[in-house]
Design a protein around this ligand. Structure first.
Ligand code: NAD
Length: 364
C-alpha cells in the first residue's frame, strides 16, 4: 500500500467557515476521496518540528511527501536519511527549497511542484506591497483606526510609484508577471537581474532592461523586488554589504523566500532609515517566531515602512484549487508511471531538472 504523508497548516474554525481552504489539514488538498478510491494510506498533520513530531515519525515509511511552502515540512538531509521508502516529494505550490535538493538527488528522490499555480497570486501581492510601502499606507490606516487625523504625519513618507526605477531580482514566471503589471504605472525604468535572460520579445513587451552586475543593479533601483528561488547561490544575497549598494531610502519587497535576506541586516536598514521600507510574506523559518525582528522594525521618520504579513501571497483561494489539483495530478502520474510535466520537475533521476535553482552543469 502506498503511504502519502501530507504536512499542511491547520485551518481550525476557518476551515469550517471556508471550505475553499483546501491547503489545510482539515481539507487535505481535497485528496481524501482520491486516496480512498485508490487504496492509498494518507496521513495528514501540521506537527512538523522536532524528533518527536508526526512528520519525523511518519516520514520513515512514507512513499510520498506532500507539503506546502506556507507551512513547510523541512525535508533535511538527516530526515531524508531516515526516509527509507521516499520516492517523491511534492510541493503543493511553487518553491521547493524546504527540501535539501542535493540530498534528494543523491537518493534519486523526485521533487516536483505545481509550477505556475500561484504566480499571478504572488505578482499581485508584490504590486500591492510596493504600493503599500511607497504610498505609506500602513501608518495612515493605523492613524485612522486610532481615531486620529494628521495628514502631515503620513504624507511626509508618501511618494508616487510613477517616475521610480523598479527592478526585479529574478525574472522568471513571477518576476515577469510583476514587470507586466508595473508597466502601466509609468515607472522611470524597469530593470532585471537574472543569469537567464528573458526572451527578446518578452523584454520588449514590458520595456525592461537587463543589468548583469548585482551591485550595478541594486544601485540603480528605487524599488527592488525579489523573485528568485532560494538556493546556495541566493541564500543571504541581501545582506549588509548588498544593502549598502542600494539607494538611501529605497524600498525592498520580498515574496520569494525569507532566507534570501539576512534578517537582522534588513531590520537594521529599516530601523536606521537606510531603507524606507521592507515588505513581503516570507520568513526565514515558518511559522516565524513571535519576537522576529521583521514583525516590529520601523522606519524612524514614518514609523512605518513595514509591510510584513504571514506567508499568504501564493495561497489565495484561487491558487489553492490550482495547487491542490496539481498535487493530485503529480501523485496520479507517479502512481501510473506517466511522465511528469517537465516544467513541474525540480529534481529527477538524481539531477536538477530546472534552470532556476542555480547555474549548474549537467542540467537538462
Ligand atoms: P521561476 O523558476 O519561473 O523563476 C525564477 C527565476 O529566478 C529564474 O529566471 C532564475 O533564473 C532566477 N534566478 C535563480 N537564481 C538567481 C540568481 N542567483 N540571481 C538572479 N536570478 C536568479 O520561478 P517563479 O515561479 O517565478 O517563482 C520564484 C520563486 O518565488 C519560487 O522559487 C518561490 O521561492 C517563490 N514563490 C513564493 C510564493 C509565495 O507565496 N510567497 C509563491 C510562489 C513562489
Amino acid at each position: 500500500m502506498v503511504k502519502v504523508l501530507a504536512i499542511l497548516y491547520d485551518g481550525g474554525k476557518h476551515a469550517e467557515e471556508q471550505p475553499k481552504l483546501l491547503g489545510t489539514t482539515e481539507n487535505a488538498l481535497g485528496m481524501r476521496p482520491y486516496c480512498e478510491k485508490n487504496g492509498i494510506e494518507l496521513v495528514v498533520t501540521s506537527d512538523k518540528e522536532g524528533p518527536d513530531s508526526e512528520f519525523n515519525k511518519h516520514i520513515v515509511d512514507a512513499d510520498v511527501l506532500i507539503t506546502t511552502p506556507f507551512h513547510p515540512g523541512y525535508l533535511t538531509r538527516e530526515l531524508i536519511a531516515t526516509a527509507k521508502n521516499l520516492k517523491l516529494a511534492i510541493t503543493a505550490g511553487v518553491g521547493s527549497d524546504h527540501v535539501d535538493l542535493n540530498a534528494a538527488n543523491e537518493r534519486k528522490i523526485t521533487v516536483a511542484e505545481v509550477t505556475g499555480s500561484n504566480v499571478v497570486s504572488v505578482a499581485e501581492h508584490v504590486i500591492m506591497t510596493i504600493l503599500v510601502l511607497v504610498r505609506n499606507f500602513v501608518p495612515a490606516h493605523e492613524q485612522i483606526k486610532a481615531g486620529d487625523w494628521e495628514v502631515a504625519a503620513v504624507a511626509k513618507g508618501e511618494y508616487d510609484l510613477e517616475g521610480k526605477v523598479v527592478g526585479t531580482l529574478g525574472a522568471g514566471r513571477i518576476g515577469f508577471r510583476v514587470l507586466q503589471r508595473l508597466k502601466p504605472f509609468d515607472c522611470k525604468e524597469l530593470l532585471y537581474y537574472d543569469y537567464n535572460s528573458l526572451p527578446e520579445d518578452a523584454a520588449k513587451e514590458v520595456g525592461v532592461r537587463r543589468v548583469e552586475d548585482l551591485k550595478d543593479f541594486l544601485s540603480q533601483c528605487d524599488v527592488v523586488t525579489l523573485n528568485c528561488p532560494l538556493h546556495e547561490g541566493t541564500k543571504g544575497i541581501i545582506n549588509k554589504e548588498t544593502i549598502s549598494y542600494m539607494k538611501d531610502g529605497a524600498w525592498l519587497v520580498n515574496t520569494a523566500r525569507g532566507a534570501l535576506c539576512v534578517a537582522e541586516d534588513v531590520a537594521e536598514a529599516v530601523n536606521s532609515g537606510k531603507l524606507s521600507g521592507y515588505g513581503g510574506d516570507v520568513w526565514p523559518k515558518q511559522p516565524a517566531p513571535a519576537d522576529h525582528c521583521w514583525r516590529t522594525m520601523a522606519n524612524p521618520l514614518t514609523k512605518g515602512g513595514n509591510a510584513m504579513v504571514p506567508h499568504m501571497s501564493g495561497t489565495s483561494l484561487d491558487a489553492q484549487i490550482r495547487y491542490a489539483n496539481g498535487a493530485i495530478k503529480i501523485l496520479d502520474n507517479w502512481r501510473n508511471g506517466v511522465p511528469q510535466t517537465q516544467s513541474d520537475l525540480i529534481t529527477e533521476n538524481g539531477e536538477y531538472a530546472t534552470l532556476s535553482y542555480g547555474q549548474r552543469t549537467g542540467k537538462k
